[in-house]
Design a protein around this ligand. Structure first.
Ligand code: C2E
Ligand code: MG
Ligand code: MG
Length: 737
């Protein structure tokens, strides 16, 4: 049995005698004799020993000093006094000072069993120590990794602890790429001294396929791999760099979660070394532990991401937006810079969503998000707060002009058509901008300002940007009050209808009447629809209001007829795009018709051109079904959109109504005159009748009659009238135009 024995002994003969005994006992000792503290120190420095035998007293040295010297160095090897002169007292003292045993030189019978026992115990002690070390390493790694802020930090701390415990010169981590075709060196690494930068740089430049190099091999096999000397290994492309960095033996271990390899850890020693099962087990154990920590970390990171991002667009959500804004303000205060906060609301998103469905609405929002992200600088933030509401943080601005520049860029970018699932969609946005620190000093105030400015942009018709001004706050409060008042008005039935006649230009008779809603406000008197219909549309109150208008109009007009011959005029009712939502319009209309007994063939529903432009199947289906009942549609405010008339052909469209803005300046404005003439000839070629709105003067009237316009509506003939006045007008008639 091999035995590395260090003998502290002044007498060569005694040492040889001892060696003789060992041989007789079946050992094959490799031994060295020392008799000075220096020689002892050099011997334990140079080699590892299994056991130390020491004489008790020597001329230039003593056994107890030798023992102290060994213990000082923290070495735990069996130490046995072998002495001829040892008395009982000395023996007791020797044991107290930490020797494992003492044996009289002349009592060799005790020597062999003592050696055997001490070696066995030393081995047990070493095993226990290693187990404790492993446990401690596992615990510290698990704890440190769990406490690390993110995955890279957890990797770094693990590399550091393993290198220190296992005496490795360098440790680094490799991460499989998302596409799964290669594994790449991560920024996490640890090195104990030495110049390893060259090797690190080389490693960072490599990407290994499965099976390739040490990381690729561990990744593919999901097993630890040991290389005794990488500079001699065929499957180690980094060998020249390793040689330069003085790295020899290497160990790669996989960090796994289930079947998946999350990372590969790679450790290097600065000496060649054959595979050491204990080190492999220890490091593999740490890696396994790290696997579950990383898996948890990833789940946490995912949760964190979800809590801070909008699931649809991947943009920051309100939480992260607020966070970033706070940061931006702190930073700007420190550097004396400006921060712009912009609120953005799409102008007609509801129409897209209601008419084309949520699937397309979602895709459209994603496309908008992408465009917005391209309008800002790195360091700025685009967030989505809800629905079609986006916000921008323009951080670190030197001048307010920059905000104007970016918002114009946003408006321009959104003005380009979107192509979503085969639909060509147009949009525009209303933007409100506020500036820190000029308008307000805190997050809440800035958000309120931006919101107010955005509403101001909406009020101005959208597709524009408003910068916050202090007097806007009052207007915003007024708008909120209006919204609340509208809700109450519905409950208290404060609405009523006026009717405006539509006059047929051939017969000169009232061919139809349009129902126009008014609000009898307890303090303000009659409020026109322009002041409350947009708010009702935005808040969704339009559904209830619209239903009421329809029933009331059908009810009031069921019996109205011309006094002369008892023919009933047609009834036109305005319908907001929002009323098409979820097919509810069809139900509302059929129910109102049934309940009031109004003849569907006398009903015209006025819809906007933009609703038709969305070309939504759900809208077209509802129109066709209502068409089956005999209901017709009129395209209101025609000419303000960009629609061509051709697509109206297959729909139950009875009329188009030329928008007031084109009628206002005819015949003087040749441009408008040309547009009106073109609409007339196109509509007639499709068999659709044309009503001109807002006719106020004789000149307009004559122009339209001469061009073959079918009917007119406007103050020239009559303003909208209360129901009783209209009934009177129908009864007694009016001098023909
Ligand atoms: P509209 O459907 O285009 O209705 C015509 C508007 O032009 C009416 O305004 C009418 O009073 C006005 N008008 C008529 N003749 C003349 C004229 O000669 N000169 C001028 N300057 N104006 C004239 P009103 O009643 O204020 O309604 C405004 C808009 O409100 C309507 O435009 C319609 O879009 C909406 N609206 C009215 N009632 C309802 C309703 O019950 N439901 C819905 N969804 N919208 C409605
Ligand atoms: Mg109308
Ligand atoms: Mg109109």
């Amino acid at each position: 049995m091999p035995l590395r024995a260090l003998i502290v002994e002044d007498s060569e003969d005694d040492a040889l005698l001892l060696v003789q005994h060992l041989r007789e006992g079946g050992y094959a000792p490799r031994w060295r004799r020392v008799d000075t503290p220096e020689a002892l120190a050099a011997a334990i420095e140079a080699e590892e020993w299994d056991i130390v035998f020491a004489d008790y007293t020597m001329p230039r040295f003593s056994g107890t000093r030798a023992l102290a010297l060994i213990r000082e160095r923290g070495l735990d090897m069996p130490f046995i006094f072998v002495s001829g002169t040892i008395g009982e007292e000395i023996a007791v003292q020797a044991m107290k000072s930490g020797a494992h045993d003492y044996v009289m030189k002349n009592n060799t019978k005790r020597l062999l069993p003592a050696i055997e026992r001490e070696l066995r115990e030393a081995q047990l002690r070493r095993g226990r120590k290693r187990a404790e070390e492993a446990l401690r390493l596992l615990q510290t790694v698990t704890q440190a990794a769990a406490e690390a802020g993110d995955v890279p930090a957890a990797l770094t701390v693990t590399l550091e602890k393993v290198c220190e415990t296992a005496g490795c010169a360098l440790g680094q981590a490799w991460l499989p790429r998302a596409d799964g075709v290669a594994i790449e060196c991560s920024p996490a690494w640890y090195s104990r001294g030495g110049n390893r930068v060259g090797f690190r740089t080389a490693s960072l430049g490599f990407a290994f396929a499965p099976g390739e190099g040490l990381p690729g091999r561990v990744w593919a096999t999901r097993q630890p791999a040991w290389v005794s000397d990488v500079t001699q290994d065929d499957n180690f492309p980094r060998a020249p760099f390793a040689r330069e960095a003085g790295l020899k033996a290497a160990l790669g271990v996989p960090v796994t979660a289930g079947e998946e390899v999350l990372a590969v850890l790679e450790f290097f020693l600065d000496k060649p070394r054959p595979q050491d099962a204990q080190t492999v087990d220890l490091v593999a154990g740490v890696a396994a532990q790290l696997g579950s920590v990383l898996q948890r970390k990833r789940a946490e990171e995912r949760l964190h991401y979800l809590a801070h991002h909008d699931a649809l667009t991947g943009l920051p959500n309100r939480v992260l937006f607020t966070d970033r804004l706070k940061q931006a303000l702190v930073e700007a205060a420190r550097r004396e810079r400006l921060v712009g906060v912009a609120f953005l609301d799409l102008d007609r998103f509801k129409t897209i969503n209601d008419s084309l469905g949520h699937g397309i609405g979602d895709q459209f929002l994603k496309a908008v998000a992408e465009r917005l992200a391209r309008c800002v600088r790195e360091g700025d933030t685009v967030a989505r707060l809800a629905g079609d509401e986006f916000t921008l943080i323009l951080a670190d601005m030197g001048h307010a002009d920059h905000a104007a520049h970016v918002t114009q860029k946003v408006l321009d970018s959104l003005a380009q058509p979107f192509s979503v699932a085969g639909h060509e969609l147009y949009t525009s946005a209303s933007l409100g901008v506020t500036l820190y620190p000029l308008d307000d000093g805190d997050v809440e105030g800035l958000l309120r300002n931006a919101d107010i400015a955005m509403y101001r942009a909406k009020e101005r018709g959208g597709n524009t940007c408003e910068f916050y001004a202090a007097d806007m706050t009052a207007k915003a409060q007024a708008r909120l009050a209006l919204e609340n008042a509208l809700r109450r008005a519905l409950e208290r039935s404060e609405f009523l209808l006026h009717y405006q006649p539509v006059v047929d230009l051939k017969s000169g008779r009232i061919a139809g009447i349009e129902a126009l809603v008014r609000w009898r406000h307890p303090e303000r008197g009659l409020v026109p629809p322009a002041e409350f219909v947009p708010v009702a549309e935005e808040t969704g109150l339009i559904a209830r209001l619209g239903e009421w208008v329809l029933r009331e109009a059908c009810e009031q007009c069921r019996r109205c007829e011309h006094g002369a011959d008892g023919t009933p005029p047609r009834l036109a009712v305005n319908v907001s795009p929002r009323q098409f939502q979820q097919g509810s319009l069809l139900k509302t209309v059929t129910r109102a018709l049934e309940d009031t007994g109004f003849d569907p063939r006398r009903l015209d529903l006025e819809i906007t051109e933009t609703l038709l432009m969305q070309n939504a199947e759900s809208v077209l289906a509802a129109m066709r079904e209502l068409g089956q009942l005999g209901v017709r549609f009129s395209v209101d405010d025609f000419g303000t959109g960009y629609s061509s008339l051709a697509y109206l052909k297959h729909l139950p469209i009875g009329h188009v109504k030329i928008d007031r803005s084109f009628v206002r300046d005819i015949p003087a404005d040749t441009n408008d005159a040309a547009i009106v003439t073109a609409i007339l000839s196109m509509a007639h070629s499709l068999g659709i009748q044309v009503i001109a709105e807002g006719v106020e003067t004789e000149a307009q009237f004559e122009f339209l009659r001469a061009r073959g316009c079918d009917a007119i509506q406007g103050f020239y003939f009559s303003p909208p009238l209360p129901a009783e006045e209209l009934a009177l007008l129908l009864k007694v008639g009016r001098p023909p135009l």
